[in-house]
Design a protein. Structure first.
Length: 312
């Protein structure tokens, strides 16, 4: 990574420049210090106390190396729609029934495997900014460089990455718009399932989800859910807590003959681009299985209404 220093940044020490302009943490600078190539100016190795001058070429060893690549992510030629792509970030529309990354029983059928194949002609490190459950479809962000990953992590921590999910639920929420604000933790007898709990329960973490009912009848709802926090299974657990489990969610609800997975789709994500901070908004159209379920159980009026809202 080479940066030509302009008049604005002349006179700054490298330590100050990288923290203020690039958002580097002390940990990243420490890694750079001891990495191959390290920190150089005009080809010469320097310390973070070096005072930059206009026209200097600051060279930072941020490129991925073969030893950074996970041996467990094997390239696999899998269909994976890409919503947006550039040098810094790749945004995918992850299909349902596809895990985000390899695990026991899923070594070759994940989004990570598909991206490793897509970028097989270069040194590629899988860096998910957010992960989706295997059966949750939709927008998933991945960073293509160390710097992009760092900046996206900071954006996530500061609440600048905002996500919207479309959920089809059994039951109808008590209000057309609302906020579910409470606490969650892992259930005592499972490493997978979560449940709501009191604030002082072991492992309790606050979870907040905003929701809006887009369409409903007396039995089901189509809901736009906006998670403010990012807990595991947050939307599934919190909608269940207000009497609205996801259709087809066998973990927190029940099977559905017409929906073989839980009906949850990451519809939209807004984020600052890691290269220049410009606002980005990416969308993934509602998949056919959810669209067909809505048409079957709500009728054509629901399809028309959702089209007018630009959801379909």
């Amino acid at each position: 990574m080479d940066i030509i220093i302009d008049e604005k940044n002349a006179g700054k020490m490298i330590r100050a420049f990288t923290k203020q302009e690039l958002g580097f943490s002390s940990a990243i600078l420490k890694k750079l210090k001891y990495s191959e190539g390290g920190i150089r100016v005009n080809g010469e190795f320097v310390t973070v106390r070096y005072v930059l001058r206009e026209g200097d070429v600051l060279m930072l060893a941020m490129d991925d190396r073969e030893e950074d690549v996970s041996p467990y992510i094997v390239p696999a030629d899998l269909p994976l729609p890409v919503v947006f792509e550039d040098d810094a970030v790749t945004v995918i529309n992850k299909p349902s029934n596809m895990p985000s990354h390899p695990s026991f029983g899923h070594p070759l059928d994940t989004a990570a495997n598909a991206l490793a194949y897509r970028y097989r002609d270069r040194t590629y490190v899988f860096r998910p900014v957010n992960r989706l459950d295997r059966d949750t479809s939709g927008v998933m962000l991945t960073a293509n460089t160390k710097l992009a990953a760092h900046r996206m992590a900071l954006a996530m921590q500061s609440g600048r990455i905002q996500k919207g999910y479309i959920a089809i639920t059994e039951g109808v929420p008590p209000t057309t718009e609302g906020v579910v604000d409470g606490y969650m933790h892992r259930t005592a007898d499972s490493i997978i399932t979560r449940e709501t709990c009191d604030a002082d329960a072991p492992g309790a973490r606050r979870a907040v989800t905003e929701y809006s009912v887009l369409y409903a009848n007396d039995r089901h709802s189509v809901i736009l859910a906006r998670p403010i926090t990012g807990r595991t299974h947050q939307i599934r657990v919190q909608l269940t807590s207000i009497g609205c489990p996801l259709v087809g969610d066998t973990l927190y609800g029940r099977e559905d003959a017409d929906m073989p997975r839980h009906a949850l789709h990451a519809f939209q994500t807004e984020f600052p681009h890691p290269a220049d901070d410009r606002p980005m908004c990416v969308r993934a159209p509602l998949p056919e299985d959810m669209k067909n379920w809505i048409a079957e159980h709500f009728g054509t009026d629901a399809i028309t209404a959702l089209q007018e809202m630009d959801i379909l």
